[in-house]
Design a protein around this ligand. Structure first.
Ligand code: PBG
Length: 323
């Protein structure tokens, strides 16, 4: 008998055969687009470390999101850059805060576009940490009370989904209780359940001007060395009432993503973060990588590893290519 019997190359011979057996397909509806709302009018402030991404005043943000919506993306994730910051991040839960205004404008102008609110304090605190400080560290239980207020104000402004990204213990339960008490029991929670203390958030912190003014986030975000702990974090958040969970960053954490998706029945997202975006953009701009191919391959592989949807700064570009 001729050797070998199995020739896996048989199904790779033509584009049609490859299409027939392709296990994963990308489409614009897989992507959520993170956007940064800043004060002012007509403002499009480019972020140096994220070429192509800008801080946008609300009028420009609406236009940017209108275009993205037209490309068939799943939704947007809104971050706010307030005009002033303070120790307890008051701007995060101000009914007239920048993110609340942005959410209201988006839901008024583009009612069918899904708006996810990132729920955290770090863009709003003058020290840049994700909660209130006591004795030199973020105080967990005081912080979750503030996060709960933030979530309620974002949902009142019209956010379709609340996405806590702070990594305090017990925040999902606190936010769920806050929403339910406010009559917002229909608003789902997408928990950044396994969020690592990652160097890949660097460019985002330029965009949000949220680099911690002392220390780092290792006392609340996870150690990149740990996998089992990520599974415990995810389980805890689901038990507390998370409707969907997220793993962040994405490409450095495909193992966690795969296990999360296999082990739990809840919709699972991945966040391809600013540093992942910046690396690919920079290499493409230098001619070191084929930018379009590398972008689509990164997204495809994140989906293959288990992401039901992907939060990515590439959302409009990838949607345009796929459309
Ligand atoms: C807020 C938050 C961060 C990101 C998403 N939500 C920053 C951080 O934790 O430092 C990072 C997103 C990115 O890098 O694209 N806590």
């Amino acid at each position: 008998m001729a050797f070998p019997t199995h020739r896996l190359r048989r199904l790779r011979g033509t584009p049609a055969l490859r299409a027939l057996v392709r296990e994963t397909q990308l489409s614009p509806g897989d992507f959520c687009y993170p956007v940064f709302a800043c004060p002012g009018e007509g403002v499009r402030l480019p972020i140096d470390s994220m070429p192509g991404i800008c801080n946008l005043s609300i009028d420009c943000l609406v236009e940017e999101c209108r275009e993205a919506a037209g490309l068939g993306i799943a939704g947007v994730m809104v971050f706010g850059i307030p005009s002033s910051k303070d120790p307890t991040g008051t701007g995060a839960y101000d009914e007239r805060g920048i993110v609340q205004q942005a959410i209201r404008a988006l839901k008024r102008e583009l009612p069918d576009l899904m708006v996810i609110a990132d729920t955290c304090l770090c863009e709003y605190t003058d020290h840049g940490h994700c909660g209130a400080i006591e004795g030199g560290d973020v105080e967990n239980d005081k912080s979750i009370a503030l996060l709960r207020k933030t979530a309620v104000s974002q949902a009142r402004a019209g956010a379709d989904v609340i996405a806590p990204s702070d990594m305090m213990d017990g925040r999902v339960a606190a936010i769920r209780a806050g929403l339910d008490e406010a009559g917002l029991e229909h608003v789902p929670i997408l928990s950044y359940a396994a969020k690592y203390a990652s160097s890949f958030y660097g460019p985002f912190r330029d965009a949000a001007q949220s680099t911690p003014q002392f220390g780092d986030r290792s006392s609340y975000q996870m150690d990149p060395a740990n996998h089992r702990e990520a599974i415990r974090e995810i389980r805890a958040d689901i038990e507390e009432g998370a409707d969907m969970i997220m793993v962040k960053p994405a490409m450095p954490c495909l193992d966690v993503l795969w296990q999360a998706r296999s082990e739990f029945g809840v919709p699972t997202a991945a966040y391809q973060v600013s540093g992942e975006f910046a690396m690919l953009r920079a290499a493409a701009r230098n001619g070191w990588l084929d930018g379009d191919r590398a972008m689509l391959e990164s997204l495809l592989c994140i989906k293959r590893a288990g992401a039901d949807f992907i939060v990515t700064y590439f959302a409009p570009d990838a949607a345009r290519l796929l459309g």
